[in-house]
Design a protein around this ligand. Sequence first.
Ligand code: ASP
Ligand code: MG
Length: 421
Amino acid sequence: MRDPEHIRKVAKIVADSARDGKELVVVVSAMGHTTDQLIELSEQVNDRPDPREMDMLLCTGEQVSISLVAMALQKMGLKARSFTGAQAGILTDETHTFARIKTVQPSRLETSLRRGEIAVVAGFQGMTRTSDITTLGRGGSDTTAVALAAALKAECCDIYTDVNGVYTTDPRSYGKARRLHAISYEEMLELASAGAQVLNARSVELAMRNRVPIRLRSTFEPDDTGTLVTSRDLAPDYQICGVALDTNRVSFKLSVRQDFSVKESTASVHETTVDSTYLHYNSKTERLLDDLSSLGLNREQVNVVRTGDTVSQIEFNCEKRLSREAKEVILEYFPQNNGTILSVDTDVARISVVGIGATECHRRGDIIGALSAASIPVAMISTSNISVSAVVPAKYKDQAVKHLHDAFCNGNSLSEPKTTT
Ligand code: ASP
Ligand code: MG
């Protein structure tokens, strides 16, 4: 919701559904770029803000929205009442700025619905056991909506955004992207985890666990039912369902060298010299990997290059929000000295080809081949159950999306559903 006019537009969509006789709980997120602006504001006061205070700040954006949406609905003659996350019964753990929902106790919402009101709930926020306000991570309103849909046993969870569905890649950056009419939770989760901005990954995980169908729709085309995210047996079978781009990652490379030499440094690469001429694949490496995974890094995605029992390189990429801690962990095991180089590159993009067909071994080769045919240097390749990801220098991101999309999603047999429902 950008402005008052848009708030009225949202209220109109809600009012039309309410007139169809449905009981409605509406979850809203902050207006426009409010959350980004609040983050910028905090940075001007403290570059390492206390996460608890950060949550106290960030939750205000959604509170502005709920009150205005409730007012707009009341102006249209409907009964409406707004609720903060805490009032809606969203209880979370204590991980400030990235809290997980533990339980939902929606009794106040149920009472409101019984009174014939539309309940308007602040997304993205919750409360700990000790009544501290938490937020759920960027894009967390999606998670609030799915959690409430599950707790209230809703028929469906409609998520309205500025695109009218899930596409084979972001239609705002590549015009040839195609809309998918339905997609399985598993594929959607993989796309979201690979950086597709359209839905928050945790919300998909929660929907999958609770079997909540999601319809991804556009506020600008309220009559279009968008994309259905549903169980695998109800979704088409795609070999490849999309190409996702994630520009919010940092790549780490720890090179263990016997001959210490200084690597050429570019503006975006910060190098730190660290200890040890040999890194044996021993308990120290294991502990390092354990510590990295307890930060939330996927252990399978950490590349450990070995020669015999000697480790020559450890490589991984992680979300930007984890990079400071990841660097601290590495420096704890390999304090600054000589022999080993840690390079941290923030100027990277990760491109993922998603679908059950992506991980077939010949296709992994095809993916690398498509990038090298376009002269795009690949820094790192990793594979998950249903995706193959390549890390490339950020300046190649659009080109990489275009080439991979053209090769694997451009209306060819790979991205066409085998069966449709
Ligand atoms: N306002 C929050 C954010 O910008 C939550 C959301 O939009 O879902 O991340
Ligand atoms: Mg959002």
